[in-house]
Ligand binder design. Sequence first.
Ligand SMILES: [Zn+2]
Length: 290
Amino acid sequence: MNAYRLILSVFLAMAIFPAAAIDAGEPDPRQNSARKIAISFDDLPTLSHDILTVNDQIAYFNRIMRTLEQHNVRAIGFLVGQRLRPENEHLVRSFIDAGHLVGNHTFNHWDLNKVSASDYIRDIEKCSNLISQLDMPCKYFRYPFLHRGDDVAKKDSVLSYLERNEFIIAPVSIDNDEAGFNLRFVKALQSDSSAAQTIGQEYVEHMIFKTEYYERLAVEVNGKAINHILLLHMNLINSYYLDTLLDWYEQNGWEFISIEEALSDPFYSKPDSYVGEQGLSYIERVTGKE
Ligand SMILES: [Zn+2]
């Protein structure tokens, strides 16, 4: 951690933790059990935004890998099949060799709101075939954009395919706009490093805000704390700021757990009652929010 990030980390611990204190009368998620969170990355291997070179992407991927190792995190990453190339396949292999899991995120990163169930299922199969050709273990699936079907027939059709093929669906409890911060960060870094640094600070504060928001929402919906699953992307901003974010989790009593342990929480057996176009946190889905 460099000096700037150490200062930022101390600032966050001092300035933001008191702001997170639960108001009298609100449920306190901390009273139930240790706070546990699984770390997940969408869009493996990398995202270029048509700006970053292959070497930039390899360098940032490896910075994220070092951060995960330093914090003893065992994560899961969701592969977009068409982004896998000879020049980046070794990154996914190193991810697995480090003890992380790889899941299926469709071949073309398709949006289920925009394609038929049958086309979508073929795209899942195409990604599965690629992963099995590479001899990588994979049993988890995450819907791109967290879109699970905008009508009942489409939703049920894809869901029954996933169940028949013994996929484990990897939901998200802590949804956020992290990808939007990354795009602004990537663009700013091309010309103005201080603007990029400001975006990075805002990003960390935003992620803390979202974590605390969904922590409270889970208690409201479930009556007690749940094991959380954080949505991140394998992107440039995390190669600079994931370390600060993981420091914050550690300083605030969070324990990093596997996706398997997170999903052992009975909360994730609650029926997903939402049908519609929105990409939602599982906490929102079980409330049937429209
Ligand atoms: Zn994605």
